[in-house]
Design a protein around this ligand. Structure first.
Ligand code: SF4
Length: 504
């Protein structure tokens, strides 16, 4: 069941037929605010006919030959494997250079591409380097030139600010940003099939002013933009007419200057009916008693905070700006006010990390555990750990990753130590992290490898086997070494033709 929260254009006079594609199953697509808000923009345009396509779509209204352009929402590096599978499924040639007048123009947009489009560029005819506004500009241009040849269209698109046409390289491409004073983004379609069934999500801010050195969400979304309170209040009133499930989204949600007013407004609803509220991220220094009480009142059982590194030294080095006392206080507030558990997100392998930092991580978790025990109410601590992935366009874009052996040794040590403390430990896969690290900083020489990986099944084994074959041919460095190659600090990184508007 889908409920559209806007008035659709039923009688259309389309100049372009568009497939808007999500590289995952429908339940994830319908939970993605970015995907749905761009779909809404297209759906409201009288001159566009748009159909949503997911990786598990069985039948389509439009056939491939009537589609003028097909766009992908691209959020994570690894999405490229599903994108290749979807292009194959609809018999669209995989590379831009293999397509002709009979094929749709294939485009994509999303945070991964804003940071470094190079590893993926061969698959797309054009790439939206920017937010919703740049996709709109490209589609508006295409509507005007539907009678031109494919190549002439691409040339026109390459002249638009914020659009990257790999065939027509530009020296600099500026990220074009949405103005969140003009428009607030919230769920346009409530879906019972969504992973977050019938949830109304409101983006209350974009970016984060803390600028932790590793954090792509902060560095790629500068400056931080807060949606004006009046717009948020109206959106809350609007969404709660249709559902009881509300989510506030943003990297720095509790840092909104009017956050208290937002919470107070939601709490008025809680007095008369049950509301489920969730918040996409909490900073330990901003999760105060009021907020925790509100979350508990709104049926939230657990919350997640990011500790990142165990030692104060390393947290200071990565600019996390969080003290041990703040973390312990937040935990205490959470437990005393009725939450049932806390998930604590950490990272290992950060630049300059040594064994003492890991020891410090165990120490701080042990202090948390002791504090939890003292308060004598059931409260589960979960530590989730991933390995540090250097991202393009962050101050750590040139650093080398810690070697696999050291990472595994440290993860094993954590596993044993946290088990002894009785704390649930959830580590990420070191090898998938390596793949992400490769894809976030590589150049444009991986397209054939990625196609072969998909042909071999698209799993980790396929990736490693294909990589090994390329390594034997002398085309690529070895898989285990590749993400450790230190990038040359004296040279401008290859992806710096993307201008994020901020100096690293
Ligand atoms: S506080 Fe969180 S969202 Fe903000 S920069 Fe640091 S890691 Fe990123």
């Amino acid at each position: 069941m889908e409920k559209f929260l806007y008035t659709r254009q039923i009688e259309k006079d389309p100049k372009l037929n568009v497939w808007f594609m999500y590289p995952a199953i429908e339940s994830f697509a319908m939970a993605s605010l970015g995907f749905l808000s761009i779909y809404k923009m297209m759906d409201l345009d009288n001159e566009l006919y748009v159909e949503r396509i997911y990786s598990d779509t069985k039948t389509t209204e439009l056939t491939t030959d009537c589609v003028d352009c097909a766009g992908f929402s691209f959020s994570f590096e690894i999405d490229i494997l599903t994108i290749i599978k979807m292009l194959k499924k609809y018999e669209i040639p995989l590379k831009s250079s293999q397509r002709d007048e009979n094929h749709p123009l294939i485009f994509a947009g999303g945070p991964v591409l804003m940071a470094n489009p190079l590893p993926f560029e061969e698959f797309f005819d054009f790439i939206s380097i920017g937010e919703k506004v740049s996709t709109k500009k490209a589609l508006d241009e295409l509507k005007k030139c539907s009678d031109l040849s494919r190549d002439e269209k691409l040339k026109r698109l390459s002249e638009i600010e914020g659009i990257y046409v790999p065939k027509y390289k530009k020296e600099k491409i500026k990220i074009i940003r949405d103005n969140l004073n003009d428009e607030i983004i919230y769920t346009p379609i409530l879906s019972s099939k969504s992973y977050f069934q019938d949830s109304f999500v409101i983006e209350i801010e974009r970016g984060c002013p803390k600028m932790c050195k590793f954090c792509i969400a902060s560095w790629i979304n500068c400056p931080t933009r807060f949606v004006p309170y009046e717009k948020i209040e109206k959106a809350i009133d609007f969404g709660l007419q249709y559902t009881d499930k509300l989510a506030l989204m943003g990297a720095y949600v509790a840092g909104h200057p009017d956050f208290d007013k937002i919470i107070n407004h939601i709490s008025k609803y809680c007095k008369t009916r049950p509301i489920e509220l969730s918040i996409s991220s909490l900073r330990a220094d901003l999760a105060d008693e009021n907020l925790i009480k509100m979350l508990v009142e709104c049926n939230q059982k657990t919350a997640t905070i990011a500790l990142e590194a165990g030692s104060q030294r390393l947290r200071d080095y990565i600019k996390k700006d969080l003290s041990e006392q703040q973390i312990l206080n937040t935990l205490k507030t959470a437990q005393l006010n009725g939450l049932k558990g806390m998930k604590i997100y950490t990272m290992i392998g950060l630049p300059t990390e040594c064994d003492e930092d890991i020891e410090e991580l165990v120490n701080i978790v042990s202090k948390m555990k002791a504090q939890v025990k003292k308060l004598k109410t059931p409260f589960e601590l979960t530590i989730s750990t991933s390995t540090f992935i250097p991202k393009a366009q962050t101050p750590f874009e040139n650093v080398k990753r810690t070697d696999k052996k050291t990472l595994e040794k440290r993860l094993n040590y954590l596993k044993k130590s946290l088990h002894k403390l009785g704390v649930t430990f959830r580590p990420s896969s070191v090898e998938w992290d390596v793949i992400q690290a490769i894809l976030s900083r590589y150049d444009n020489s991986l397209a054939d490898l990625l196609i072969e990986v998909v042909e071999k099944g698209g799993n980790l084994g396929a990736f490693k086997q294909t990589w090994r074959e390329y390594y034997k041919k002398g085309v690529l460095p070895s898989f285990d070494e590749v993400s450790q190659i230190p990038f040359d600090n004296s040279k401008e990184p290859k992806w710096h033709f993307i201008d994020t508007g901020i100096k690293l």
